[in-house]
Ligand binder design. Structure first.
Ligand code: FES
Length: 509
């Protein structure tokens, strides 16, 4: 397994090669760059990346599904391994780029893609899991087993079996809380809580899976635009959820885990039944971490002209923005009464000098005229114009992950609000509506687990994580964190501290 940057892996087995998540060009309005950089991979590696036997992309986020790279670099003879997502968007995108060979998989079901080479793709398909879902890839070549989990939040590990190499995300991949308008001390607290929950989740996976080698993967990115520079964790004091792999390595060691294998693009992890070895292409491979400021400044310099040209392509202000948003969104709002009810308040979308009110209770979009609102987003106009001109159906992917905006909310996190912004097509909104209406079936069970001095229902009310694996008692002895997404529960009452409408069943042990 050769790291090709971020979540990218070139997997070479005796039978075939599989390229996973090849991401090379900056994503999200030029905000995210691959860290450490992968623009200098050896030609021999790039030749294999561009002509693999199989291509697997875990999900549609732009730091995984790099449309520009796919369009120009990957051979159309490649066979694509398709996750079992509920919508066909991913296959349609591949077809648009000229790919015609597909292996359509079923969730968690093993399929032999070459003699003696089996894979299975495990999917997570709730709207929280991203556009169309997220997935993890298990590769079994008959002697060793690789689990590429990237960003995927698997909550059922029971069918996984023994794993030799686990490639795992540990860092954040969200705009929260950096963009929120809150006092600095509150933001510092939120950043700390988020970072701790990210590490806790990753460490839960490391213990639950027990792989022979754990490879930190799928982030963090770095931010080379001066406007976003503060998101890079260099001194450790930044208000950012993007600590790098050295911190994960340190925490794993402190937790008694000695299986962490650090990689940078070009590093090769070789796993045999007897051994795990890592070979780095660059003898100075720790420089991105050890001399990070110098490294990032050099990287920034090298990509400055690219960034300037990229920004010049953002859409200029038009006269029709409000009309276009209204014509696009009002039919979607009409089709989603349960989503609107769950959101229950107005949202203000300030696109540069244009204040747009999304009146969720009444299903209308209009110019803001002083009405009260519970949520607000302030976004540069040219970014809103760009995503509207593209009719981007998922604004978390197309816009929010850029971190180029500020946000405010009156109360706690409202999942349905973000589900709305991820579902800006009739097909997607139908799923969001079904989820909000409660017509998607959530399995009920009497299973329980003991957490400290409490017995709680086994599966988290948020996304049914197994709390036997992901439930952690906080230091106060009466708050439990579900480390899959970091939701907290007061075990004295069962109240969910993130979403009041999702309490947990609990009794004293
Ligand atoms: S499953 Fe998301 S916090 Fe528990």
């Amino acid at each position: 397994m050769t790291s090709i940057g971020h979540a990218g892996i070139l997997v070479e087995t005796g039978q075939a090669t599989i390229v996973c998540d090849p991401w090379f060009l900056p994503a999200f309005f030029g905000s995210w760059f691959v860290f450490p950089r992968n623009d200098r991979l050896p030609d021999a590696v790039m030749a294999k990346v561009e002509r693999p036997d199989f291509l697997y992309i875990s999900h549609l986020h732009a730091d995984h599904f790099d449309e520009a790279f796919l369009a120009d670099h990957i051979s159309r003879d490649t066979t694509v391994l398709l996750p079992d997502f509920p919508t066909s968007e991913m296959e349609q995108l591949y077809r648009r780029f000229g790919f015609t060979r597909f292996v359509r998989t079923e969730d968690a079901k093993a399929v032999e893609i070459a003699p003696g080479l089996q894979i299975s793709i495990h999917v997570q398909t709730s709207l929280t899991d991203g556009p169309g879902g997220d997935s993890a890839l298990l590769v079994d070549d008959g002697s060793t087993r690789l689990l590429n989990m990237n960003d995927c939040r698997l909550h059922d590990l029971s069918t996984m079996g023994p794993i030799d190499a686990l490639w795992l995300q540990f860092s954040g991949a969200i705009w929260y809380p950096m963009v929120y308008e809150v006092p600095e001390e509150d933001k510092r607290r939120q950043v700390k809580a988020k970072v701790e929950s990210q590490f806790a989740r990753a460490i839960s996976y490391v213990h639950a899976i027990g792989a022979r080698a754990v490879v930190p993967s799928a982030g963090p990115p770095c931010f080379l635009d001066e406007d976003l520079w503060g998101n890079n964790v260099i001194t450790g004091d930044e208000l950012s959820i993007f600590p790098d792999a050295t911190e994960f390595e340190r925490r794993l060691r402190a937790d008694g885990v000695d299986t962490c294998r650090m990689v940078v693009p070009g590093s090769c992890v070789e796993v045999t039944e007897a051994d795990v070895t890592v070979t780095h292409a660059d003898p100075d491979w720790r420089r991105p971490f050890d001399r990070k400021l110098e490294y990032l400044r050099e990287y920034q310099q090298d990509w400055a002209s690219w960034l300037t040209a990229h920004k010049a392509g953002w859409h200029a202000p038009s006269d029709t923005l409000l009309d276009e948003v209204r014509a696009w969104w009002e039919p979607l709002l009409a089709a989603a009464p349960s989503v609107r009810k769950a959101i229950g308040a107005n949202a203000l979308l300030t696109a540069g000098d244009l204040p747009i009110l999304i009146d969720f209770p009444n299903g209308q979009v209009r110019r803001h005229a002083g009405e009260a609102y519970a949520y607000s987003f302030t976004i540069p106009r040219e970014l809103v114009e760009t995503v509207v001109a593209r009719r981007a159906v998922d604004w978390s992917n197309a816009l929010f992950l850029s971190c180029r905006f500020t946000a405010w909310r009156e109360g706690g996190y409202k999942e349905e609000l973000y589900n709305f912004f991820k579902s800006l097509s009739p097909e997607r909104m139908a799923r969001a509506e079904a989820q909000a209406a409660g017509t998607t079936v959530i399995p009920q069970t009497d299973d329980e687990v003991t957490i400290g001095s409490f017995v709680v229902e086994r599966f988290c009310p948020h996304r049914q994580a197994d709390l036997g694996t992901f439930g952690e008692l906080d230091g106060d002895g009466c708050t439990m964190t579900c480390t899959l997404h970091g939701w907290k529960f007061d075990l004295r009452t069962g109240a969910c501290l993130n979403a009041p409408d999702r309490p947990i069943r609990v009794r004293p042990a």
